[in-house]
Design a protein around this ligand. Structure first.
Ligand code: AVI
Length: 319
């Protein structure tokens, strides 16, 4: 048996990025904190729990679509490729495609270093012949592929509807960047949550056991720890609702009392009912997402949806 090959590129942004972005966000009106900061070690664990909640239909529905149509997807992606995965997390979903796809190189990209390291170790045990180039970086900004074999077809996998966490102009920019990095004729397989009954959406982000609330509040614990801040978690409440006009779920942390918080040497005042906007999760119809993809230079090739029309997986080709 051959030895698994893992290359690890730590391009993780320094702590100052967290500080600068949090201070800028808290100085705005309304106050905001970018959702990418949810994913410290505990936040990543909480997100893994969210994906198994009965109310959170997204993950299980996407997996069912991948299981049902994996063969067709693989035939569109092509074997022996460089396969990049954006926001690979625990690299669970890619396992559904790896056997059939047999990529020459698998390049998972994730912002959470420890989580990425652990998941590629596990993957290498189960796929000893797979060449892995793992990249720890923030793909929401400018990024590059540290390894770029010229002679291989390129494909990217972007599951989980993480594209929904970007507002549409930024989502278009990200798709454009991916298209440029991969080059013409490459393919992108991307999971996108569909517009649906708001009741169903509201339930998915307000689960009965409070895991999503803990995930949202963990942002403050992380900022306390990493930026020497003094948020009191009991002064904030989780709020999540569907905002019909922009077509997105919103998550907020709402102050239940007037108070002050110190973060990185600065003081921020909160009045009762004031909120920190922590996440948007845009939902698309198939046509809306195809328009966005087209505008980013990606040609829609195929789309698969589940029978209840909850979730979509698109195959797009770089023009
Ligand atoms: C990672 N992302 C697609 C999730 C979502 O549904 O927007 C994050 C999440 N937020 C609350 N629950 C899950």
């Amino acid at each position: 048996m051959s030895e698994p090959t893992i290359h690890f590129y730590d391009l993780h942004p320094p702590l100052t990025d967290l500080k600068a972005e949090v201070l800028t966000g808290l100085s705005g009106q309304p106050k905001t904190i970018p959702p990418k900061f949810f994913y410290d070690e505990y936040g990543s664990q909480l997100f893994a729990q969210i994906t198994e909640l009965p109310e959170y239909y997204l993950t299980r529905t996407e997996i069912a679509i991948l299981q049902e149509h994996g063969e067709e997807m693989v035939s569109l992606l092509g074997n022996e490729c460089l396969l990049v995965e954006l926001g690979s997390g625990s690299s669970q979903k890619i396992r559904l495609l790896l056997d059939a796809l047999q990529p020459a190189v698998y390049m998972p990209i994730d912002i959470s270093k420890k989580h990425l390291w652990q998941s590629v170790q596990m993957l290498a045990i189960d796929y000893p012949d797979l060449e892995i180039h793992a990249v720890c970086t923030d793909y929401s900004g400018q990024f590059h592929l540290p390894y770029h074999p010229d002679n291989k077809p390129k494909a990217a996998f972007f599951p989980g509807s993480s594209i929904g966490n970007f507002d549409p102009p930024h989502a278009q920019e990200l798709l454009q960047q991916v298209a440029q990095l991969l080059g013409s004729d490459s393919t992108l397989l991307i999971g996108v949550d569909l517009k649906k009954d708001p009741q169903r959406l509201n339930a998915a982000y307000n689960d009965a056991t409070g895991v999503t609330a803990a995930f949202n509040l963990n942002l403050l614990t992380r900022i306390n720890r990493e930026l020497n801040a003094n948020f009191e978690l009991s002064r904030f409440e989780h709020q999540a609702f569907y905002n019909e006009k922009p077509g997105r779920m919103e998550m907020h942390l709402v102050s239940n009392t007037p108070h002050e918080v110190k973060v990185g040497g600065q003081t921020f005042e909160f009045v009762t009912g004031e909120n920190i906007h922590t996440e948007n999760s845009y939902k698309y119809t198939v046509a809306q997402f195809q328009n966005l993809a087209n505008a980013a230079g990606l040609q829609p090739e195929q789309v698969w949806i589940d029978p209840a029309e909850l979730f979509s997986v698109h195959c797009l080709r770089v023009r």
